[in-house]
Design a protein around this ligand. Structure first.
Ligand code: DGY
Length: 317
């Protein structure tokens, strides 16, 4: 008998078609978000759950999952929506989807760097509102990337892909990571976040959301950035303190920000919408057809491995 698999959201057609070959699929036909009680009810009797970042698999949800659930395969590289300790305590396997979204997410980081540095939000508003008076030698001036220092906070797969792209724009790479990364010898490694920030004209946040990084971009750390710096975030919103970031933008300490991720998505802090120097995207990091297919296939690979008695390649708990 095929294992029973709850798929919590609508997935790309090709992924759903493949899932139906190996699994007895319980789909979410409306694609609506499930709260804890809906998730628990839908999980009754299933062997595995293919979950996404919109599912809150916190300690109490995991503790209450039916005993039939043996594996949670997340359709994401980030696992901050899943309490891994709670899963370990119940012997539930957890997997993620690394690698396949690295390039797409790094592309969005570059879009944010350029969009923030070149005032794309105000420029687009001038076109849409029909307020573009004329081309002016001193009008709508942005900041060049060329020759500037890009600080990368978190030099994992995505951080390294951002670095590769930024080098092509003539940027000088600095980074802070738990340890220096092999292959990044032409970049400057900083032992501390404070040191990285003091040497960053641009900051790209690429670390995972963990107990150590959550809230680490705050009033104190932002003050360490040079005046006029630009911050972009493609990692997780909770690494940033919104009050501090918005205050830095309002005072002009930061010239601009580019954000693809937010606290409390999709109900973002409404003040961001009013800031002309904020270039904002709705969590599009992995949102290409190719990448979302690859994420789905990777999650299914992990499930196939588990149900065939192999260790899933992307096991994180
Ligand atoms: C992830 O995979 O963690 C992204 O945030 C969603 O694409």
């Amino acid at each position: 008998m095929a294992p029973k698999l709850l798929i919590t959201r609508k997935l790309p057609n090709d992924v759903e078609a493949r899932a139906a070959v190996s699994f007895d699929v319980c789909p979410n036909l409306t694609d609506g978000l499930m709260d804890q009680s809906a998730l628990l009810a839908r999980a009754e009797g299933v062997d595995g759950i293919l979950a996404t970042v919109t599912d809150r698999l916190d300690a109490s949800t995991i503790a209450t999952l039916p005993a039939s659930v043996k594996i949670i395969a997340s359709f994401s590289v980030g696992t901050d929506h899943i309490d891994l300790e709670a899963a370990r305590a119940r012997g539930i396997i957890v997997t993620n989807t690394p690698d396949v979204l690295t390039d797409a997410t790094a592309d969005i980081a570059l879009l944010l760097l350029l969009g923030a540095a070149r005032g794309a939000a105000s420029g687009m508003a001038a076109i849409r509102d029909n307020t573009w008076a004329n081309w002016a030698p001193t009008g709508m001036l942005g900041i060049s990337l060329t020759g500037k220092r890009l600080g990368i906070y978190g030099m994992g797969r995505i951080g390294q892909a951002v670095a590769a792209r930024a080098r092509a724009f003539g940027m000088l790479i600095h980074y802070h990571n738990r340890h220096a990364v092999k292959g990044q010898e032409d970049a400057t490694f900083h032992q501390t976040l404070a040191s990285l920030l003091a040497h960053s004209d641009f900051l790209s946040i690429n670390c995972a959301s963990t107990a150590q990084t959550r809230g680490s971009i705050n009033a104190q750390t932002l003050a360490a950035l040079p005046h006029g710096a630009i911050v972009v975030n493609t990692a997780r919103g909770d690494i940033v303190n919104d009050d501090a970031l918005i205050a830095s933008l309002t005072t002009g300490h930061l010239a601009a920000v580019g954000l693809d991720v937010f606290n409390n998505e999709p109900n973002i802090d409404p003040r961001y919408r009013t800031l002309p120097n904020a270039f904002l995207l709705p969590h599009l990091g992995s949102a290409t057809q190719e990448t979302r297919n690859a994420m789905g296939f990777r999650a299914l690979d992990n499930l196939d491995d588990y149900f065939a008695g192999r260790v899933p390649r992307d096991r994180v708990a």
